[in-house]
Design a protein around this ligand. Structure first.
Ligand code: C2E
Ligand code: MG
Ligand code: MG
Length: 264
């Protein structure tokens, strides 16, 4: 058992070192997954998803290396890199399409977040309204007053805020009341069983109802089948994302995706 623990610690250290080098050598990439409007299937957002192709180990999932970055100072560097790259990439897209960037709770607590976001907007020239930050419920674990200040500052900047993976964390409906989110992203786990008779459709319906009253949009994550799409549409979910629509693709492939959509 203790040998396993030692191996695990060693493995994390090796990955941390590798990640540090990948950042320095500009070996990380952003792929983008479209989010489409349920009503007419038009792309409204591209979500930036970080990709690391390790020279020896092949593709390493962000679910593996983001937590490692979060335990060191790397997450702030990595987060700044992703924000800058995503804002720059978005400048090549039609103005009707926003870019969404995932921001980890560790970054959120960091005192520089506001200046990092401001910087990425200034350098790229992207309008603040076209940048959407995806936050998870774990950001609420920090100090209450600080969190309020950060939310206020982000709103003043004019960026949009999405609550990612909704329903999987320490969900409390009071967060939706207290913080100014523009969008709720309903986690894949509720979409997965949505067409089953004892499935999650009533939960999704409840979230959609709350969002509607509070003027927020809803994105269903992980939509993989046509019946799921039809059910989500019937429930009034405004946007959808998932393999049924498209997998995440390289930045270079986006132009073609938009062409198919007739967006220019
Ligand atoms: P997320 O933000 O909830 O992103 C959605 C994840 O679901 C992505 O995994 C995406 O590829 C995957 N996905 C999309 N559609 C489907 C589907 O239909 N079926 C299934 N099974 N999966 C689908 P990915 O790219 O592996 O990213 C995992 C997580 O890593 C993200 O979850 C996000 O929390 C984190 N992450 C990715 N990029 C960044 C980043 O730049 N910064 C930070 N802080 N976190 C990131
Ligand atoms: Mg996300
Ligand atoms: Mg998510």
């Amino acid at each position: 058992y203790s040998v396993d623990l030692k191996d695990e610690a060693e493995e994390r250290r090796v990955l941390e070192e590798g990640l540090r080098e990948a950042l320095a050598d500009d070996l990380l990439e952003l792929h983008y997954q479209p989010v489409v409007r349920t009503e007419d299937n038009m792309v409204v957002t591209f979500e930036a998803l970080i990709r690391w192709e390790h020279p020896e180990r092949g593709t390493i999932s962000p679910d593996v290396f983001i937590p490692i970055a979060e335990e060191s100072d790397l997450i702030n560097q990595l987060g700044a890199w992703a924000l800058n790259r995503a804002c720059r990439d978005a400048m090549a897209w039609p103005k009707s399409v926003r870019v969404a960037v995932n921001v980890s709770a560790a970054q959120f607590a960091h005192s520089d977040l506001i200046s990092i976001v401001t910087d990425a907007l200034d350098r790229s020239g992207l309008e603040a309204d076209r940048l959407e930050l995806e936050l998870t419920e774990s950001v609420f674990m920090g100090d209450g007053d600080t969190i309020d200040d950060i939310f206020r500052a982000l709103k003043e900047l004019g960026v949009r805020l999405a609550l990612d993976d909704f329903g999987t964390g320490y969900s409390s409906l009071s967060y939706l009341q207290r913080f100014p989110f523009d969008k709720i992203k309903i986690d894949r786990c509720f979409v997965k069983d949505i067409i089953e008779s004892a499935g999650s459709s009533t939960i999704v319906q409840a979230v959609v109802n709350i969002a509607t009253v509070r003027n927020m949009t809803t994105t269903a994550e992980g939509v993989e089948t046509e019946p799921q799409r039809m059910m989500l549409r019937a429930l009034g979910c405004t946007d959808m994302q998932g393999y049924l629509i498209s997998r995440p693709v390289e930045a270079e492939a986006l132009a073609r995706l938009l062409q198919v959509q007739g967006v220019s």
